[in-house]
Ligand binder design. Sequence first.
Ligand SMILES: NC(=O)c1ccc[n+]([C@@H]2O[C@H](COP(=O)([O-])OP(=O)(O)OC[C@H]3O[C@@H](n4cnc5c(N)ncnc54)[C@H](O)[C@@H]3O)[C@@H](O)[C@H]2O)c1
Length: 245
Amino acid sequence: MTDQPTPRAQRFAGRRVIVTGAAGGLGQVVAELFRAEGAAVVATDVAPAEDVVACDLSDDAAREGFVADALAELGGLDVLCNVAGIQQFAAIGAITADALRRHFDVNALAPLMLAQACAEALVESKGNVVSVASISSVMGQPYNAPYCASKAALLLGMRALGVELATRGVRVNCVSPGGIATPMVEAAAAGLPADTNWDLIARSTSVIPGFMPPADVAEALLYLASDAAASVTGANLVVDRGVVW
Ligand SMILES: NC(=O)c1ccc[n+]([C@@H]2O[C@H](COP(=O)([O-])OP(=O)(O)OC[C@H]3O[C@@H](n4cnc5c(N)ncnc54)[C@H](O)[C@@H]3O)[C@@H](O)[C@H]2O)c1
């Protein structure tokens, strides 16, 4: 008997989806799962990859151009899935204004402005927005102030949109992951200071050990984007192996 993957339900057949941050890590898996469930997907990232439209989402003109092209190509939109993000650890003395601005631009401003640019199309389709926040949106992590601050801004910004757009039939939700096995974790760690206090870091370690496979988090995103979550809006679905209780 050959080892065939189990066919997935076609929850997104005929649905049109934008996925950001899709060149690798979590976003790539999210785009693959949406496609596997029948969606037409426009995937984007600042990094080049196959089937991915190149766009620096922190660049206002580039982002606006990308959305206009994606909406025209898809003929509307059912799901905006904000996955792109950056994280660079730094001790307090090493934080620069530029690094702080960059975290806000990519992690908070870009997803919120994307939601604004997609809002009318989503009203039309009674669609939804799903954004990847983080456990760092709701807990202080050492050496991670720029990321925590920007992800907290993203979470509350999305919740505000959730309230506002609920009256027009659009749902807005977040998934907040703990540690995922992606390139981000390794890259971020490069900013840890030489005298890192590992006891402090250990306080935000999950009870179930190990980094999560991206698919575990992607499944939560697809659930929130699906009709099964028709009554869920303004939510923050934590997927973290038991860090935030
Ligand atoms: N890895 C973790 O432990 C973890 C934990 C919690 C939340 N998250 C969040 O999950 C999301 C996905 O991260 P990941 O772990 O897959 O990391 P990743 O670094 O593999 O993926 C992030 C993607 O975003 C893209 N990106 C960065 N800046 C961009 C820009 N200006 N314009 C367009 N694309 C840009 C990157 O090129 C990359 O492909 C991020 O929002 C991240 O903050 C990750």
